[in-house]
Design a protein around this ligand. Sequence first.
Ligand SMILES: Nc1ncnc2c1ncn2[C@@H]1O[C@H](COP(=O)(O)OP(=O)(O)OP(=O)(O)O)[C@@H](O)[C@H]1O
Length: 328
Amino acid sequence: MPTHLEGVEPLLNVSDVSKQFGSLTAVDSVSLKVYPGEIFALLGPNGAGKTTLIGCISGLIQRFSGSIHVGGLDVREDYPTVRQLVGLVPQELNFDGFFKARQILEYQGGFFGVRNYRERAAQLLEAFSLTSKAEANSRWLSGGMKRRLMICKALVHNPALLFLDEPTAGVDVELRDELWAYVRRLRESGTTIVLTTHYLEEAEQLADRIGVINNGRLLLVERRNELLNHYGERWLQVTFHRRVEKGAFADSGCNRVESIKPRTCRFYFRDSTLDEGETPEIVPRLLKQFEEMGLMPLRIEGGRSRLEDIFRKVIGEDGADNGGGENE
Ligand SMILES: Nc1ncnc2c1ncn2[C@@H]1O[C@H](COP(=O)(O)OP(=O)(O)OP(=O)(O)O)[C@@H](O)[C@H]1O
């Protein structure tokens, strides 16, 4: 459990859930807790089991083993109540393009028994900058507007927990940034969000915690910064005034050293500083070593591994554990 959430009841509690499709195990013994107010990203390659897991949680899939509770209620035994707590934005369009944007939201409100469904629809159209399109046939909306309308539709009944399945799949950079801004605003207004994504940058930008899923198994769940620090490395790339072999740095104390060019080496090290601006303690030691070796650094650049590198590492380790190696 994240330390800042100790004592807080999880909004979503998935316990040892498995789902088979014939001989295929799409979700394999997954346990997961999501706490109120979080953005949780479920990260995994195609076919990892993300959509199936969301289907089990949101009630679309009823036959699975294990248990799932939302707000303390069992998703199968208390389905009608749980359905009111959950909103789902699927990957594909889920409205009839011949209805107007306003109608889609009002009908959805009616379906969920929202008393003031007209006001609610108008409020959502306003919040998602769709008021001017309220009376437009939804099939004529732009791709970004359609995505926003799908989010509105999932929010009509004011769910506590919102699932976004691949919210920015196939959208351009501008629209992606716009959708991210909406997701952040939703969280600020108190909605707990679980999103699935292939886009590592999306998880890196939005999520408080990240779960990595592969072949139906949840391989790890960590706070974003901890994940970066645990699996990630920082590096320092130094261009010297003369050629130098990476072997010359065997005693540098780094995890590894790479030769980038004849005069340029990259030094990788683990670092526990969370703050990007902090200088890791190995840096002054390296600089001293360069001086002792008579090496003059002409150019120094720094960076840290991105979530993408980490994802490859975790999935690669999983492949190795399973005797695979496809991802290595
Ligand atoms: N109704 C179904 N019948 C049979 N197999 C299914 C069914 N739904 C999903 N699967 C299989 O279960 C596995 C997990 O699929 P799922 O859609 O959950 O993956 P995903 O992580 O959401 O993938 P993507 O990122 O491509 O959407 C896949 O091998 C898929 O083919």
